[in-house]
Design a protein around this ligand. Structure first.
Ligand code: ATP
Length: 377
């Protein structure tokens, strides 16, 4: 079976295939991009597997186009940043996992080993890009069948033990494509779910970020498979999820940060950025709407504020007037009026913000009058 290759990537793949062929190697478009082409979805990036030295192919392609290539000899990979796509080149490899959850030992391997090291059959297909059979699908694991049936199937019984993050990858694909785990895969998932506890919190957090990008469905599928209780994440009720989405749709704010924070609000286990920690702490400290606290919360997290507090209509109002409530007067101008920088200045700025929120201050002149009045009081 031949897969139609869209015009925007066909010349790129043909050229890479020809370079490989001239060096005596076969090359393929593999993994997610092969899956997405079959599904007729837009490609985010290009993953090339070369049966041979992928780094040499990447270097030659980059030389032709005057592009920079980043090489990782220890992983047998190279990355080329094109104008429209990032192209990842990898030599066919096999991977072994010394202990559950550890990073794999990578060794050169053949085509079949490279397909069998992968997470799910739908991600273990290859589309040939060498000139003699450009576009031909090579599917040794019946991935196409699973893709058509909407099934996520692991390659072997110990897959989730080798790399428990595959459970979270499965959640991501299930949410994105509406696929379900194949019966035996589901049995392995339930049996091996506790292996997630041995994975570093950094890696888990990265996967949770990806799951949050899938929207509300990502969190729903995660909860359906009880991952939240294994990882001590919050149980996020549907009511909260729906409100996050409702606010995002009203305002155009991407919900992903709020969805992620909704999972992480009740745990200190994860290495969050100080930025995210600050926002989560502010939200947790909110009972009802508090303009001073809400003004300190980044816009990305407003959907979560809206979902959590009782008088949520205030958050909608805040979103529409937020630019008008920042004080116009500068620190320098306040100094000239006799206020020294420090806690007092901060307090006055907050008071101005509250008065702007209440509509009692509208202009910079009003602010100056207020400050003078306050100094004379
Ligand atoms: P997305 O569409 O979300 O970018 P993807 O399928 O392209 O997902 P990547 O993380 O970019 O996934 O990985 C590319 C390919 O590498 C996957 O399709 C899969 O074949 C393989 N892969 C990635 N991570 C793993 C893993 N943890 N275990 C086994 N195979 C993996």
């Amino acid at each position: 079976m031949f897969i139609p290759i869209p015009d925007n990537i066909s010349p790129i793949l043909k050229e890479i295939g020809t370079i490989s062929y001239s060096k005596g190697h076969r090359a393929y478009l593999v993994g997610g991009p092969a899956r997405d082409l079959i599904l007729k979805r837009k490609l985010k990036d290009i993953d090339i597997m070369v049966e041979g030295n992928a780094i040499g192919v990447a270097e030659e392609y980059a030389r032709h186009h005057n592009m920079r290539v980043k090489v990782h000899p220890e992983f047998l990979t190279a990355k080329v940043k094109g104008r429209k796509f990032i192209i990842d080149f990898a030599s066919a490899r096999k991977e072994t996992y010394p202990t559950p959850g550890s990073l794999p030992i990578v060794e050169p391997g053949n085509f079949e080993e490279d397909m069998r090291r992968r997470d799910f059959t739908i991600n273990a297909m290859a589309i040939s890009i060498t000139p003699d059979n450009f576009g031909k699908l090579i599917d040794i694991v019946e991935g196409l069948n699973d893709l058509n049936k909407g099934i996520l199937r692991v390659m072997h019984e110990k897959s989730f033990q080798d790399d428990p993050t595959r459970i979270l990858r499965g959640i991501r694909f299930s949410a994105r494509f509406g696929f379900t785990f194949e019966d035996k895969t589901l049995v392995y998932l339930r049996r091996d779910i506790d292996y997630l506890k041995v994975v570093s919190r950094e890696r888990i957090l990265r996967e949770l970020e990806f799951i949050s990008k899938e929207g509300i469905e990502g969190i729903r599928v995660l909860t359906k498979h009880h991952i939240h209780s294994v990882l001590n994440l919050c149980t996020v009720e549907d009511k909260i999820l729906n409100k996050i989405i409702e606010f995002s749709e009203k305002t155009g704010i991407n919900p992903e940060k709020s969805l992620l924070a909704s999972l992480l609000m009740c745990t200190d286990d994860f290495p969050l950025t100080s930025h995210m920690r600050k926002n989560i702490n502010l939200i947790k400290s909110l009972g009802t709407f508090d303009i001073i606290k809400v003004a300190r919360i980044d816009e990305d997290y407003l959907p979560l504020v809206y979902a959590y507090i009782e008088n949520s209509e205030e958050v909608v109002k805040f979103f529409t007037v937020r630019e008008r409530i920042s004080p116009e007067i500068s620190g320098g101008e306040m100094k000239k009026l006799g206020i020294s920088p420090g806690p007092e200045m901060g307090k006055i700025l907050e008071e101005i913000m509250v008065l702007r929120w209440q509509g009692r201050i509208k202009t910079k002149d009003d602010e100056i009058k207020f400050i003078k009045g306050r100094l004379n009081a």
